[in-house]
Design a protein around this ligand. Structure first.
Ligand code: PMT
Length: 398
């Protein structure tokens, strides 16, 4: 899967820097075009000459070295590579990546690149468990950066614990596996809904819900990464559209219904992560409703159930629903799965800390009509989305 790929290996200053030589060598053996960027401290542990010889390419260290090519090197390299692996990744580079500090060649490339980034942390176990490092790692994960390891064992400082860099073979295998998942939905068309619909009462007010759109946007990103042509039908959110995804903006459940149903016949997989209002105000005032001190009643009428309608119409499409529950999670989710005729239902208890509305993470179970169930621990919404994409690929037989 890696043959012909262009990979930048970033080496930072820790004792595990010597293992970077094996990472570079293994990648080369797989037919990868390897480039190496080192921090100044890394050069204290392993020489650029070693990595230049193994990669057969010049090694980048200093931002202001005489350029090896005619172009702006850190930007050209950031755009050129298919992936970046930081091995070893010290606590310092993790902190710089989290805050966007770009004060040398490697950290500047990391800020400029849009290629997938893998980091293999390596540090003393007390530094690894420090809340600052743990917070940095979880923020990087939320941004989609893939963390490999660390492993546990004897450390160079003489203590035992976790913080050892994963072995080169494991790092290269993880990257290979990730690339092998990349094209699993190539040629497929996906439609995702995200965010909370807004049902207007008058020109300035609406009935809404707490959905931020994060879950649906992560699903759209993961589908796009897997090679699917992806349409995102989105209720209002502040989130940027994931690159390569086509966004269709809607406000109300009825607008979402039209946008989804119109496209449904040409779609292979639909993921309904949106929180759709079940009811809307029966009338919408043309002018702002004035305050008059009198209590009011809002007359609500039901909205169509988009997912249930897709369940009735589906032919070969794979349908994925979500269930946002506050009690009896599994029983309620199972009932929805059967009633809406979906192939997989993602159940989340939105009252749990770290799950549901607005949170960068989620805690979900995948339910299947044949009774299978997979329970996941708390993880970033992008990780949930990537697990979902793996199941979608199975369901589509790709
Ligand atoms: O957006 P975030 O802040 O990241 O939060 C994520 C989330 C909690 C919104 C998400 O994980 C989630 O659970 N989405 C589904 C929310 C929901 O509306 O669940 P529900 O149990 O009410 O609906 C079940 C399914 O039917 C959903 O797939 C929903 O999109 C669909 N539905 C519901 C009503 C309706 N009128 N039409 C529908 O299609």
């Amino acid at each position: 899967m890696l043959t012909g790929k262009k990979v930048l290996v970033g080496v930072t200053g820790g004792i595990a820097a010597y293992k970077a030589a094996e990472v570079v060598s293994r990648l080369r053996k797989l037919g990868v075009e390897v480039h190496v960027a080192m921090t100044k401290s890394a050069t204290e542990f392993i020489t650029p000459l070693t990595l230049r010889s193994l990669s057969t390419n010049p090694v980048y260290v200093d931002m202001f070295d005489e350029p090896k090519l005619w172009n702006v090197e850190h930007i050209a390299l950031a755009e050129y590579v298919d992936s970046v692996i930081i091995a070893p990744a010290t606590a310092n580079i993790l902190a710089k990546m989290t805050t966007g500090i770009a004060d040398d060649f490697l950290s500047t490339v990391l800020l400029a690149t849009r290629a997938p980034i893998f980091v293999a942390p390596a540090m003393n176990h007390a530094m690894y468990h420090h809340p600052a490092t743990q917070e940095n790692l979880s923020r990087l994960k939320e941004r989609g950066i893939k963390i490999i390891g660390p492993g546990t064992g004897f450390q160079a400082c003489g203590t035992e614990g976790d913080g050892r860099m994963s072995e080169a073979v494991e790092i290269v295998e993880t990257v290979t596996q990730w690339f092998s998942g990349q094209d699993c939905l190539k040629g497929k068309k996906a439609l995702v809904t995200a965010g909370g619909t807004q049902e207007p009462l008058d020109p300035v007010r609406y009935l809404g819900n707490r959905s931020s759109g994060k879950m649906g946007y992560a699903v759209a990103q993961a589908l796009q990464e897997a090679g699917a042509e992806t349409i995102l039908v989105s209720a209002p959110t502040d989130l940027p559209t994931p690159s390569g995804v086509t966004r269709v903006s809607v406000h109300t459940a009825l607008e979402m219904y039209d946008a989804v149903l119109e496209r449904f016949p040409n779609i292979d997989v639909v993921v309904k992560a949106a929180a759709v209002a079940d009811y809307r105000p029966a009338t919408q005032a043309e002018q702002k409703i004035k305050k008059d001190g009198v209590s009011r009643t809002i007359d609500l009428i039901p909205n169509p159930d988009i997912l249930a309608e897709l369940g009735r119409r589906k032919t070969s499409q794979v349908l994925i629903g979500f269930a946002a529950e506050t009690e009896n999670l599994l029983a309620n989710a199972q009932e929805k799965m059967h009633r809406k005729n979906v192939n997989l239902l993602v159940a989340n208890d939105v009252t749990k800390p770290g799950a549901g509305f607005g949170s960068p993470t989620n805690i979900v179970s995948f339910l299947f009509p044949d009774g299978r169930r997979i329970d996941f621990p708390q993880m970033s919404k992008l990780e949930v989305a990537r697990n979902l994409v793996a199941e979608i690929a199975n369901l589509l037989g790709t």
